[in-house]
Ligand binder design. Structure first.
Ligand code: MG
Length: 301
């Protein structure tokens, strides 16, 4: 199988996105708990200490995407479905959602992904935030062509998310990741960044949320979370707009971006995974202190 001439550089970016995504995932996961415990730690920006920060489903699935990109140089749906299923079977206790358990059990058994992903939610397919949570490496790999980012992000989502808005979340996050790769050369203000993401995202609730996010210039993360949602319903449209609002305003500091994201509470491993994956690409690196605290990435399966 032939790869792009710059496959290694593309893969380097995809792995940087995975580092950022997994650190965000594992960081955010450490802030679930009683508000009287969590809120003071966020207010004082006190990093979680005990033990390695354990990553969750966001990282497991994004690692599978990076492996498929490494092998195929594109998102091969069949290969991705098999890897999702295999990794789930080997390690199912990673915080997968209820519907995801059902889908991934079927994929692990070898069921056709088209049938499995389109059978859930009375045949509508999932519009959950799981397509977006794992999409940053796709945008990183295909960053030189936003048309390609859109097509490949959709393919990365469709094996589990048959609903168009579930796919829109993956497209939006992947486009944001691709724009983040260009950020140092051609920086965009938050509003312009979000509007450019919107331009590439299929019409629907997630895109509408991004348009609203672009109008929230000077509000606090708490206020933005209140207005946009921060994943309380674990769907694309109540997770991706807030996460990309945090990323758009935090492209110059990985650490600051994660603290602002987790302040929105909600589905905080997932919002922080989305933000970490995007912002790592703009910053060019993940702070060592954060990388060292994260549990080692899943081994290739
Ligand atoms: Mg998770």
């Amino acid at each position: 199988m032939s790869h792009a001439p710059d496959h290694d550089e593309r893969l380097r970016r995809a792995r940087l996105a995975l580092d950022g995504l997994s650190v965000g995932d594992a960081f955010g996961e450490r802030f679930f708990g009683p508000p009287e415990d969590v809120l003071p730690r966020i207010a004082s920006r006190t990093l979680p200490t005990a033990g390695p920060w354990r990553w969750t489903d966001d990282t497991a699935m994004a690692a599978s995407i990076v492996e498929v990109l490494a092998t195929h140089g594109e998102v091969d749906e069949e290969a991705l479905a098999r890897r999702f299923g295999r990794r789930y079977r080997e390690d199912p206790a990673r915080g997968y959602g209820g519907t995801a358990h059902g889908i991934l059990q079927q994929l692990a058994l070898g069921a056709p992904w088209r049938l499995v992903s389109s059978a859930v939610f009375d045949g509508q397919g999932s519009r959950g935030n799981g397509g977006g949570m794992r999409a940053a490496p796709v945008g990183a790999y295909f960053a030189d062509s936003l048309e390609r980012v859109v097509a490949e992000a959709r393919r990365s989502a469709v094996v589990t998310h048959a609903h168009p808005d579930g796919q829109a979340g993956a497209i939006a996050v992947a486009v944001a990741a691709a724009l983040a790769c260009q950020h140092r050369a051609s920086p965009r203000a938050p509003e312009a960044f979000l509007l450019e993401v919107c331009r590439w995202t299929p019409a629907g609730p997630t895109c509408e949320g991004l348009e609203r996010a672009a109008q929230l210039a000077d509000v606090s993360p708490e206020e933005a979370a209140l207005r946009l949602g921060s994943g309380q319903r674990v769907i694309s449209s109540d997770t991706v707009p807030f996460a990309l609002w945090c990323a758009a305003g935090g492209l110059s500091s990985f650490e600051d971006a994660l603290w602002r994201t987790v302040a929105g509470l909600g589905d905080r491993d997932t919002t922080c995974a989305m933000v970490g994956g995007v912002v790592a690409l703009a910053c060019g690196a993940v702070p060592a202190e954060f990388l060292e605290a994260r549990e080692p990435l899943p081994v290739a399966s």
